[in-house]
Design a protein around this ligand. Sequence first.
Ligand code: SAM
Length: 387
Amino acid sequence: MIWSPVGEAVLAEEGASRLRKGQRNIYVKWLVSLRGPVEKGDLVVIKDEKGDTLGLGFFEGIGAMAVRVLSTELEDPFSLLYRRLEEALRLREKLKLDNFFRWVHSEADALPGLIIDVYDDVVVISSTSIGMDKRVEEISAMVGDLFRPSSIVLKNDSRPRREVGLPSERRVLSGGKTRAVVREGGALFHVDTIKGQKTGFFIDQRLNRIEVGYLAGPGDRVLDLYSYTGGFAIHAALSGAEVVAVDESEYAVTEMRSNARLNSIELVAVQSRVKEFLEGDSSVYDLVIVDPPALAPSRDMVSRARKTYTAVNATAMERVVSGGLMFTSSCSQFITKEEFKKIVIRAATLSNREIMILGERGASPDHPIDPMHPWTGYLKGLLLRVE
Ligand SMILES: C[S@@+](CC[C@H](N)C(=O)[O-])C[C@H]1O[C@@H](n2cnc3c(N)ncnc32)[C@H](O)[C@@H]1O
């Protein structure tokens, strides 16, 4: 029975006290013992060393992760998951998010290790939890019941999964549709949930892309670096700007061209690595966007990533006309907001430009931040005026 606890996980004081404060990820170092015939992904009752019950969770036993906490009460786990999915969906409905949104943002929606994204009538589930993996068919049935999508896709091929040895897979769980068209403000985008990166689209930058659309004006020269399928570029072009967008991925550039047709706009879509493009282009732009992939996907890559972020931002700043704008961001969870700001300030010094910070940005509100799980606030953005 996958919905009944089969044993107990006993936590040391450190783990017990963190759990009581809201921590949902219990690491191996805080686990004292496991009692019963518990296997990876099984439900366990969580206790402290005195024998007091702390809650209910999945025993993970992968990498450093011992237990994912589902609840601090002993309640029926099936109903609990259903209720959490429903609560998360009601919140997104309040946020008025066009026809696509992040439905579940893992720990921030009290569903640790689970991500669910919606693209019109296609829902994508992905997980980094073996407990969620084991119940993916039931979770898919709950999603079907609550949202009634045309199809549900499983996209379980993220880097964190590979790092802890979880199997990689992409498959359709129900229905047959894997592509959708989403609407973001005045722009439309094709999303391919199977071929696309992550779950298909970078939903987190929604409000920042819309803002760039407002900031760009007719005749402005706009450069969108690391453009993917043209998120920022299409908004700027819809405002009448002359846009150049650069991405190394053939898939991204092909989709960007078809997104341009979908929106009846023109832009220059370049398939190139950013470094090589900038080496061969000496133009200046009124607005430059820098949205690289997570350059520090793990803690041990932070110091190298810091150097790359600094170099990329410095080179990009050199291409902004005096008095022009730049929007730069980092989605590396291991680089903090303060650290990112320092990187950008250092980049300004290196490129001999003066910057004014016009605003700090983050992910759209369908990516709530849980202060107990700081990674949930992984996206940082800065809007700059460059002198
Ligand atoms: C975070 S995504 C950009 C999302 C995009 N701004 C949007 O709003 O949809 C990062 C993109 O950088 C691209 N990329 C990664 N390394 C690159 C490189 N060295 N040069 C150019 N593109 C790169 C990836 O293919 C990916 O599309």
